[in-house]
Design a protein around this ligand. Sequence first.
Ligand SMILES: *Cc1c(COP(=O)(O)O)cnc(C)c1O
Length: 373
Amino acid sequence: MDGRRTGGPGDLAPANVRAIAPYVPGKPIAETARELGLREADILKMASNENPLGSSPRAIAAIRGALDALHYYPDGSGFELKAVLARKLAVRPENIVLGNGSNDVLELAARAFLTAPDSAVYSQHAFMVYPLAIQAIGATAIEVPARAYGADLEAIGRAVRPGTKMVFLANPNNPTGTFAPWADVRAFIGRVPRDVLVVLDEAYGEYLPDALRSPSPAWLADFPNLVVARTLSKAYGLAGLRVGYGLAHPEVAEVMNRVRQPFNVNQLAMVAACAALDDEAFIEQSRRVNADGLVQLARGFERLGLEFIPSVGNFITVRVGDAARVYDHLLREGVIVRPLAGYGMPEHLRVTVGLPEHNARFLAALERALARA
Ligand SMILES: *Cc1c(COP(=O)(O)O)cnc(C)c1O
């Protein structure tokens, strides 16, 4: 962890912070339009796993109804949102930590429990926020080689050593879309020593087929070292509002709440989340559109002779060869996808499932990009 020195005031930061490689988000529409001289309306963003259907209409209506009270601070305890979640998930409000997105929850877990001498384990090709959160603390990040692009639970278990405090596991995983059967995940958590927290990131859980839906809230009673992180950013279509939550043993939740900003989730986000969580119709529609889109994209890749990683998320990762060049060609056509060189996958691109016409436009642009790259 060697932070570069510049001779400037940035050197005042500790080496672990200077060594952080910043998170690279999907390229914003406005920036792409500016740089390429395109109209924003002509740009198709399939880069950040956002919901192509927009937001839950109930959430939008709830936000409209809450606009007159923005001069008040939000309820820092999140009483109402916790009540909705507790009812929906059959947990207690004491089990819940609210976050400014589930990114916040991941960071709260790291900030509350990790210190510099500790280590934390995660899989190769896992979500980039895990190493970032670990590094910001100055703890040691242990990356375990993936198996067939997915988490190798046996190897992750073996990587846990004295001083390991935390394991991050995304299921399904982003950016690979891979999935570990819940029985395997449960057995894995059972094998991990009780003084190691397992942070189970379920950002894409809503997209799983019925037979694979996560049973993890019911595991809290068995595993005091389990933290489940979920988000309203993906299937609920509220990425711009920033709201997510963690589920954990009440003592774990209480400790995470101590390092939380008192008003970390804003009022509109909480109001919208309460409404969205009750909007089953929107989630069902999102799941259907996504399942169809995954098939459409997979067929398209097969037709183009491209290898892809079968996905259970709302995105799919495809091997295109010189991904940086293909990405550039797509960008020039106004189609933004996600390059994965930062995830150690320089030949792959990740594309978010869109509406049928989005997927078709992307596939046509991809075919042209491949011919030129
Ligand atoms: C998108 C995503 C999140 C959630 O991000 P938010 O902060 O809730 O918007 C968490 N984990 C993974 C793996 C993700 O892909």
